[in-house]
Design a protein around this ligand. Structure first.
Ligand code: ACO
Ligand code: HSE
Length: 381
C-alpha cells in the first residue's frame, strides 16, 4: 500500500491569532479554520446555514473533493434548487478542528512558521471545541444568528452542541442520523479501528511523519471496519451477496480468489488513506467517543435544551444500527420535556447509517419542507 502522505493543498481559511481555549485546558494558537461558502449572504445577514460534516467529511459539501475529484459529499442535499437551497441560503461549511483539510489539527505546525507538526501530540479535543471554533468563524463573518445548523452523524452531534451552547444563535437545527452521546458499541468499533492503526509498524507511536511514511495498512483496516458499520446487512447483500470477485471458482482458497465484498472493503480502505490522516482519525474518533450531552448537564438531556427557542427537526434512518432511531426518539422526548419546538421523522431505508449521504427522496423532501416552513417563520423572503 502507498506510504506517501497525501499532499497539502491550499484551502481557503480564516486565521485567529488568539486561538482557542480547549475543554482540556490547553489554548491552541493560532487557530485556522478552513471553510467554503455557497450562495449569497443577504443584507440582513439572516439567511446563513451552517453545515457540519461527519467524521471524515470536509468543507467541500457542495463541490468536488479537491484531492480525490469525487463529487460533493452532500451534493444531493446542498446546492441550487436542492433542499438546502444555495439560491436561497448562504451555506457555510468548515473543516472541523482536528481535521486534515486545512483547519488546525495534527498535521498543522505546532508553532507558526515552524517545520514541526503537532502529530500525535495534538491536544485532545471535544465536539464542543469543534463548535467553539466554528462559532469564531461565524462571528468573523458578522453573523449573529444562523438560520439553520444541519449535520449528520458527528455533524449531528455538532448541531446538538450548537443548539445547546448557543441557543440564541440557532434559529433551526437539523441533527440527522445522530445521538446525544456515543454508545458503547460505537466506542467499541472506534477502538478496534484505533488499535489497527496502533498495530501498524509504520505508525511509529504516532511520529510517522518524521519517518516519511504513513500507517496506511492500519488506517485502511480502521476504515474497512468502520465502513461495515455505515452500511446494513441488506445493503451489503444487495450489493454483493456471496458473489466472488473475478470468477466462479468453487475451490476454497485462503488468498487469491476473493469475495466481492472483500474487494469492496479493500477499495474503501485504500481510497481512504489517500485523503485522510491517521492522527486526525485518532483525534476525531476520540472526540466523538467523549460526546455525552446529558452527562455535561447533570445527567439530564432536557436540561441541555431548557428554554430553547430553536426549532428542531430530528431525522433517523430505520436501518441505521450505529445511531438507531431509538436514540433520536429519546432525544425528541428530552426536547419535549424542555418544551422545545421539535419534529421527528424516521426515514424508512435499508441502506444503513450512510443513507443520509445518499439519494433518499423522503429525507430530502422532509428537510426541504422543514426549512421552507422555518424560513417563513424566520421572516426570510
Ligand atoms: C457527512 C460527511 O461528511 S461524509 C464525507 C465522507 N464521505 C464518505 O464517508 C463517503 C464514503 N462512503 C461511501 O462511499 C459509502 O459507500 C456510501 C454508502 C455513502 C456510498 O454508497 P454508494 O453510492 O452506494 O457507493 P458504494 O458503497 O457502492 O461504493 C462505490 C465504490 O465502491 C467501488 N466498488 C464497488 N464494488 C466493488 C468491488 N467489488 N471491488 C472493489 N471496489 C468496488 C466502486 O468502484 C466505487 O468506488 P469509488 O467510490 O472509488 O468510485
Ligand atoms: N461515512 C461518513 C459518516 C460516518 O459517520 C464519514 O466517513 O464521515
Amino acid at each position: 500500500m502507498d506510504q506517501t502522505p497525501f499532499p497539502e493543498i491550499p484551502h481557503r481559511h480564516e486565521a485567529f491569532a488568539d486561538g482557542l481555549l480547549l475543554d482540556c485546558g490547553i489554548r491552541i494558537a493560532p487557530l485556522a479554520i478552513a471553510y467554503r461558502t455557497y450562495g449569497t449572504l443577504n443584507a440582513a445577514r439572516t439567511n446563513a446555514v451552517l453545515v457540519c460534516h461527519a467524521l471524515t467529511g470536509d468543507q467541500y459539501v457542495a463541490e468536488p473533493h479537491p484531492l480525490t475529484g469525487k463529487p460533493a459529499w452532500w451534493g444531493t442535499l446542498v446546492g441550487p434548487g436542492k433542499p438546502v437551497d444555495t439560491d436561497r441560503y448562504f451555506v457555510i461549511c468548515s473543516n472541523v478542528l482536528g481535521g486534515c483539510m486545512g483547519s488546525t489539527g495534527p498535521r498543522s505546525e505546532r508553532t507558526p512558521g515552524g517545520s514541526d507538526a503537532w502529530g500525535i501530540e495534538f491536544p485532545p479535543i471535544t465536539v464542543q471545541d469543534m463548535v467553539r471554533a466554528q462559532k469564531k468563524l461565524v462571528d468573523s463573518l458578522q453573523i449573529t444568528r444562523l438560520f439553520a445548523v444541519v449535520g449528520g452523524s458527528m455533524g449531528g452531534m455538532q448541531v446538538l452542541a450548537w443548539a445547546s451552547m448557543f441557543p440564541d444563535a440557532v434559529f433551526a437545527a437539523v441533527p440527522v442520523a445522530t445521538a446525544p452521546y456515543h454508545s458503547a458499541q460505537n466506542i467499541a468499533f472506534h477502538e478496534v479501528g484505533r488499535q489497527a492503526i496502533f498495530a501498524d509498524p509504520d505508525f511509529h507511536d504516532g511520529f510517522y511523519a518524521s519517518h516519511g511514511v504513513i500507517p496506511a495498512r492500519g488506517l485502511a483496516v480502521a476504515r474497512m471496519t468502520a465502513h461495515i458499520t455505515y452500511l446494513s446487512e441488506a445493503a451489503l447483500t444487495r450489493k454483493f451477496g456471496r458473489r466472488l470477485q473475478g470468477g466462479n471458482a468453487k475451490t476454497p482458497v485462503l488468498f487469491g480468489e476473493r469475495f466481492a465484498v472483500e474487494s469492496y472493503l479493500e477499495h474503501q480502505g485504500s481510497s481512504f488513506v489517500r485523503r485522510f490522516d491517521a492522527n486526525s482519525y485518532l483525534c476525531i474518533t476520540r472526540a466523538m467517543d467523549f460526546f455525552d450531552l446529558a452527562a455535561d448537564h447533570g445527567g439530564s438531556l432536557a436540561t441541555a435544551f431548557r428554554g430553547s427557542k430553536t426549532r428542531f427537526l430530528l431525522v433517523s434512518f430505520s436501518s441505521d444500527w450505529l445511531f438507531p432511531t431509538a436514540e433520536s426518539r429519546a432525544m425528541a422526548r428530552a426536547l419535549n420535556q424542555a418544551a422545545a419546538n421539535v419534529s421527528f421523522v424516521e426515514i424508512v431505508s435499508d441502506k444503513g447509517h450512510d443513507a443520509f449521504l445518499l439519494d433518499e427522496p423522503d429525507f430530502h423532501r422532509t428537510v426541504a419542507g422543514f426549512l421552507t416552513g422555518a424560513a417563513e417563520a424566520a421572516g426570510l423572503s
